[in-house]
Design a protein around this ligand. Structure first.
Ligand code: ASP
Length: 456
């Protein structure tokens, strides 16, 4: 039995949904189908989820919601029309949106979640209706009815462990289940979404709880590429990789999969296959627990911008017990999580994602460094990028960091920081943002284009 998840571009239009139906009917083991909200049809298009966020914002600001509501309804109406689904469906979408807008709003975040989830919820109903219309027996399943309980802050929920037991019952259903991705309900029955891109998580949870043989994640590319195809020309397609490798790449900038979504599949050993809705015959990328990897120590290279460095310097820092703890404590007080902490004898840097910083937070942090930690110098510099080499067998291979450093030097990139994680699944090079693209190309060529490789 397979659980399939179709991302936003796979369900963005009537034509795409017809392809989805073809994929489902070509393999009857595809029994549970998780769907995203309609995504972009072309690069400048707007995702339904983004439209819904604007709609919710307008409602929260007491602005006119009618044009934004009409935009969402219009998008569903176009798809329904293309699929030959009657106008009543469009009226139910409109009614659904109006009732969400009219709901009590004791908490802005929860209201936002309720609105955001409308994209997946209505799309799942639409796709179930279409499958039935073309003779594939299908049923829409609500996360509430199925028992997907989500805990945590609005917009960033996590499924509770008991959900897995309740959701395992889904495998008893004989019809194709169409399940909206991205959200569940708290124990008190309040809707809560996962983070953006969270339909991947729903798919992985259903695959894990039903003990599926495979979790197929359909997107709009043939699989996972070894580097960003917008930067590197024709990067290699990764045939097979481990969960840990995929998580490292996703966390560090690969957008093909939500970085947390693999955990449920990993915990229950369900293999994941990333496939292309527009080219379903291609084998895609398989993600498994272990792989044989004798020849290719680096499986992929991620590059991501948007990092800052907090640098502190204090003479005789090496003698001061607890300095690092107190510095990280200041960040914890500001609810900032950190990425790396390279240290010297008398100095320490903390690499932070820019999204956690605001000018006010920066000011408070620096003030506390001077006032409480009595540092000689403290400053925050932004505009860093991280180039991350990922591969399970890097730990057995000699000279990889040297080769990457040579490649970076050859491209004229200054290395600001190096961090080899203790897991040795990744080696991170911090570079200036303006060098990111050339650095990525240079490191990619070093490891994937034999003519460029250095030997030691
Ligand atoms: N529609 C949601 C988003 O755009 C969730 C998803 O597509 O996975 O983030």
């Amino acid at each position: 039995m397979k659980v399939c998840k179709f991302g936003g571009t796979s369900v963005a239009s009537a034509e795409q949904i017809m392809k989805v139906a073809g994929i489902i009917s070509s393999d009857r083991s595809r029994r549970i189908v998780v769907v995203s909200a309609p995504g972009k049809r072309y690069p400048e298009d707007r995702k339904v989820t983004d439209m819904l966020i604007r709609l919710a914002d307008a409602a929260l600001d007491n602005k006119d919601t009618e044009p934004l509501l009409a935009e969402v309804v219009g998008r569903f109406s176009l798809i329904a029309e293309g699929l030959g689904i009657g106008g009543e469906f469009v009226s139910t979408v409109e009614e659904d949106l109006r009732s969400r807008l009219a709901a009590d709003r004791p908490h802005a975040g929860r209201f936002m979640d309720l609105m955001k989830a409308a994209g997946e919820d209505n799309n799942a109903r639409l796709i179930a209706a279409y499958l039935n219309q073309i003779g594939i027996e299908a049923v829409y399943k609500s996360p509430k009815e199925a028992g997907l309980i989500v805990e945590g802050p609005a917009g960033d929920g996590m499924a509770d462990t008991e959900s897995y037991v309740r959701l395992s019952k889904l495998k008893e259903e004989t019809r194709v289940i169409v399940f909206p991705g991205f959200f569940g309900y708290t124990k008190d029955g309040v809707l809560c979404t996962f983070g953006r891109g969270g339909s991947d998580i729903t798919g992985a949870i259903l695959a894990a709880s039903t003990g599926a043989d495979m979790y197929e994640n359909f997107t709009d590319v043939d699989g996972v590429f070894a580097a960003n195809p917008n930067v590197v020309d024709n990067p290699a397609l990764i045939g097979k990789m481990t969960y840990r490798e995929m998580r490292e790449l996703a966390y560090n900038g690969f957008t093909v999969l939500h970085d947390e979504s693999l955990m449920p599949a990993f915990n229950h050993s369900v293999p994941v296959n990333i496939k292309n809705t527009n080219n379903p015959a291609a084998p895609g990328t398989l993600i498994v627990k272990e792989r044989e990897c004798k020849t290719q120590p680096v499986i992929g290279i991620a590059a991501d911008s948007g990092f800052s460095t907090l640098y502190v310097d204090k003479y005789l820092m090496n003698r001061e017990m607890g300095f690092g703890r107190r510095l990280l404590g200041i960040l914890e007080d500001e609810q900032i999580s950190f990425e790396h902490t390279p240290t010297g004898i008398d100095n320490m840097s903390v690499i932070i994602r820019n999204k956690f910083l605001t000018p006010e937070k920066e000011e408070r942090i620096l003030k506390r460094c001077f006032d409480e930690l009595k540092v000689d110098d403290a400053h925050i510099s932004s505009d860093y990028s991280m180039i991350v080499l990922v591969g399970e067998t890097m730990r057995y291979s000699k000279g990889l960091a040297a080769r990457a450093a040579m490649a970076l030097a050859g491209s004229g990139t200054n290395i600001e920081m190096i961090n080899q994680g203790s897991s040795e699944v990744s080696i991170v090079f911090g570079v200036k943002k303006e060098d990111e693209k050339k650095a990525l190309r240079a490191v990619y060529n070093e490891f994937f284009v034999p003519a460029h490789a250095h030997t030691f």
